[in-house]
Write a protein that binds this ligand. Structure first.
Ligand code: HEC
Length: 237
């Protein structure tokens, strides 16, 4: 069965216009400095970076909640209410703009991280005190030296660099469609492969549907876009 399923998927993919529809696989993640990212991971969860030691990045960006917090508005520093919702980190490296008002470009993650650390409404950190605290925590100092060199002393810029390196790693991973676009026909289930066969680049792909809710006329490009459910329904039969 798996072989048959694979062969069917391969045939379908050969016929599907995933590429013709203009889809490209996501670019691969850039190379990562593992020691830097590991330091950043520890700093991300380190509440002693905040002014009064009460909160870390992870207080608001909660891993179990896809790095959001499930609240309508973030809980700000020192029981203040933040005026914005905490965004999650999915697709971090692919974002063109950061924050709800887009005031940072995607490549300005370090500037944003510095703001998160120092803003009175998020962590209220003093740059000098934050660096000194890292120096005084043996475990962190050890990780620091692995990332920055044996004689390196903690600095605020280094803290920002390490946290940014780790934060940038969150991209949600490769999807089945990415793998299919890279030429792996087995990555899509037969149903998904069929659903992909109906795209604006392949007019008429929905024409054979027998679902009464779907248009009877051949499904041309824009109709395909309007009624994607029809494509999936047809595929399920
Ligand atoms: C008080 C809760 C809170 C804390 C603590 C916090 N953040 Fe945030 N974070 C937010 C909120 C709220 C926003 C949205 C800000 C905006 O739109 O102006 C945000 C935005 C972000 C974004 C942009 C995400 C996007 O998709 O636009 C990143 C990245 C981020 N924070 C990382 C961090 C890091 C790293 C730390 C620790 C140094 C941190 N945050 C600490 C609440 C918090």
């Amino acid at each position: 069965m798996p072989i048959l399923r694979g062969a069917a998927a391969a045939l379908l993919l050969a016929a599907t216009p995933l590429h013709a529809a203009g889809l490209q696989p996501l670019p691969p993640a850039p190379a990562t400095d593992a020691a830097m990212a590991e330091l950043g991971r520890h700093l991300f969860f380190e509440s002693r970076l905040s002014g009064d030691g009460s909160r870390s990045c992870a207080t608001c960006h909660v891993p179990e909640r896809s790095y959001a917090d499930g609240e309508p508005l973030a809980r700000g520093y020192n029981h203040t209410g933040h005026f914005r919702n905490t965004p999650g980190f999915a697709g971090m490296r692919l974002k063109a703009r950061l924050t709800w008002d887009g005031r940072y470009r995607g490549d300005q993650l370090p500037e944003l991280v510095a703001e998160m650390l120092t803003s009175p409404v998020t962590m209220n950190a003093d740059p000098g005190i934050a660096a000194e605290r890292v120096r005084q925590i043996p475990g962190l100092l050890q990780l620091w030296r692995r990332a920055f060199g044996e004689r390196a002393l903690p600095t605020f810029d280094g803290i920002v660099r390490a946290i940014s390196a780790w934060t940038a790693l969150h991209d949600g991973g490769e999807t089945a469609v990415d793998a299919a676009l890279r030429g792996d026909p087995l990555s899509l289930s037969p149903l998904a492969a069929k659903a992909c066969a109906c795209s604006p680049a392949r007019p008429g792909a929905c024409a054979a549907t027998t679902d009464p809710r779907c248009p009877t006329a051949p499904c041309t490009g824009s109709a395909c876009r309007r009624t994607p459910r029809c494509c999936a329904t047809r595929s399920a039969r």
